[in-house]
Design a binder for this molecule. Structure first.
Ligand SMILES: [Zn+2]
Length: 237
């Protein structure tokens, strides 16, 4: 039997509404930072207290998004009865988002874009090297490359999870494809997507000037520790 939002307790229905509102609004950030074009790209957010998440509907342009059009899915990526028409199906990347939520319980948000500079590094299958303090701060090392994977089964999700588990990074560049980012919530995952593109862009420019200078591993750790743990209540971008 298909699950329904109306089966949830009233307090949880409020949580669903709040996450759909946040996820819908965050898509505008992808546009504002020029990370997406057309209908490509997607944000999702885990719905706390449930085994559900909300994600962008497939093939809908950014101007047409609204909280009530965010599709609610189980952690297996199946749409539930969420009040949207049957014709509104979740993003074609839903299986990858669902796989991440199933295997990374600390993750509360996932973002995918084809932002051009990060995707350029993905085309090369080359990690964005940690040669800037901002990359050490945000990602704790190189922004890693995940395997080439075809859409349609769990292989993208598995590649994301396996790559992130071997790294401190919140971003992975799936080879020949583009960046996926994660965060404790959807807003944090969007910030990682913005910073990933900024890091990729700046390192691309630096590379054109010639060789770039690595940061010593101990210094990378010190920068990352300070930024993540001491710097504290930093405003989100
Ligand atoms: Zn994609």
């Amino acid at each position: 039997m298909t699950r329904s939002i109306s089966d949830l307790a009233p307090a949880l229905r409020d949580v669903v509404r709040d996450v759909r509102t946040q996820v819908s609004a965050l898509h505008a950030e992808l546009v504002r930072y020029r990370l997406v074009w057309g209908t490509a790209g997607n944000v999702s957010g885990r719905i706390p207290g449930t085994d559900l998440f909300a994600i962008k509907p497939s093939g809908v342009s950014y101007e047409e998004l609204a909280p009530e059009r965010m599709v609610v899915c189980t952690l297996n990526g199946e749409k539930i009865d969420d009040g949207t028409p049957a014709s509104l199906v979740p993003s074609s990347d839903t299986a990858a988002h669902a796989y991440v939520y199933r295997h990374m319980p600390e993750v509360g948000g996932v973002v995918h874009t084809h932002s051009p500079y990060a995707t350029a590094w993905a085309a090369r299958g080359e990690a964005v090297p940690c040669h800037l303090t901002m990359i050490a701060d945000e990602f704790g090392g190189d922004i890693p490359v995940g395997p080439f994977a075809l859409i349609g089964d769990d292989s993208i999700g598995r590649g994301i999870v396996e790559t992130l588990h071997g790294s401190r990074s919140q971003a992975v560049l799936m080879q020949n494809h583009g960046p996926f980012t994660v965060g404790r919530d959807a807003r944090s995952a969007v910030k990682a997507a913005v910073m990933c593109e900024e890091a990729a862009r700046t390192m691309c420019i630096a590379r054109q000037l010639g060789n770039t200078i690595p940061i010593a591993p101990d210094d990378v750790l010190a920068l990352n520790d300070r930024y993540q743990n001491v710097y504290g209540q930093r405003p989100s971008r």
